[in-house]
Design a protein around this ligand. Structure first.
Ligand code: PEP
Length: 242
């Protein structure tokens, strides 16, 4: 099971330091049973992540460009992330799609680049409320998977996060049957694209300690992507151990 934290653009340096200090105190042995924790961090925390040397934790980029280096003002080089110890790349988060206009083909270039450099890729897909209300969940998931995974040779480094946009940061968690149905749709599409039936599908959207174990017990949920509740060590640690 993978429990991933998406810090987004949050936490001051002293808060980030304190987070990991408390984290080590919460878990002195740093053993996480059969859970893996992954932190998706803004670039200014990459040196911190590199210096921590925490065991059983991996970290990744929240965003990275589709080229190694070049005249791309403001972008993050995937090569630098890799050299600093990032193992994961978060791609296609709905905030990148909606606020920064990332298209399916751009997301696909990032997926291909990340895989090519040896990252594990967590590709986010999910529908808006309007799309759900119009009965378009399947179409949206199919299209986002199809576009995001174009020319991707099926592999074991690709992970999917089902994140209904209306559940992100709103406190509205998707109903269990909606999660199960959406994960089935994703599984079906992944199989048709040649991916292994073992490809992990995570759920994200207002996960908190109060609902995490219930969601993790659902059919075909292989982990969680957590935003708000990952900003403090205690709730995130509870989710990790749920
Ligand atoms: C996210 O941003 O990926 C997310 C799931 O956020 P939250 O947990 O705050 O809904």
């Amino acid at each position: 099971m993978i429990i991933a934290a998406n810090w987004k653009m949050n936490l001051r340096p002293c808060e980030a330091q304190n987070f990991f200090k408390t984290w080590s105190e919460l878990n002195p042995g740093q053993s996480l049973k059969n859970r893996s924790a992954v932190f998706f961090l803004p670039p200014y925390y990459w040196p911190l992540a590199q210096s921590l040397g925490l065991k059983n934790l991996a970290w990744g980029t929240q965003n990275m460009f589709s080229e190694d280096f070049g005249a791309f003002t403001g972008e993050n080089s995937p090569v630098v992330a890799k050299e600093m110890g990032a193992q994961w790349a978060l791609v296609g988060h709905s905030e990148r799609r909606q606020l920064f206009g990332e298209t399916g083909s751009f997301i696909n270039k990032k997926v291909l680049k990340a895989l090519n450099l040896g990252f594990k890729v967590l590709l986010c897909v999910g529908e808006t409320l309007e799309q759900r209300q119009s009965g378009l969940v399947q179409d949206v998931l199919d299209q986002q998977l199809q576009e995001g995974l174009t020319h991707v040779v099926p592999n074991l480094h690709t992970f999917i996060a089902y994140e209904p946009v209306w559940a992100i940061g709103t406190g509205l968690t998707a109903r269990q049957e909606d999660i199960t149905k959406a994960h089935r749709m994703i599984r079906h599409r992944l199989l048709s694209l040649g991916f292994s039936p073992e490809t992990p599908i995570l759920y994200g959207g207002s996960v908190k300690p109060e609902n995490s174990s219930e969601i993790l017990s659902l059919e075909d949920v292989s982990g969680l992507l957590v935003g708000g509740a990952s900003l403090k060590p205690d709730p995130f640690f509870k989710i990790l151990n749920s």
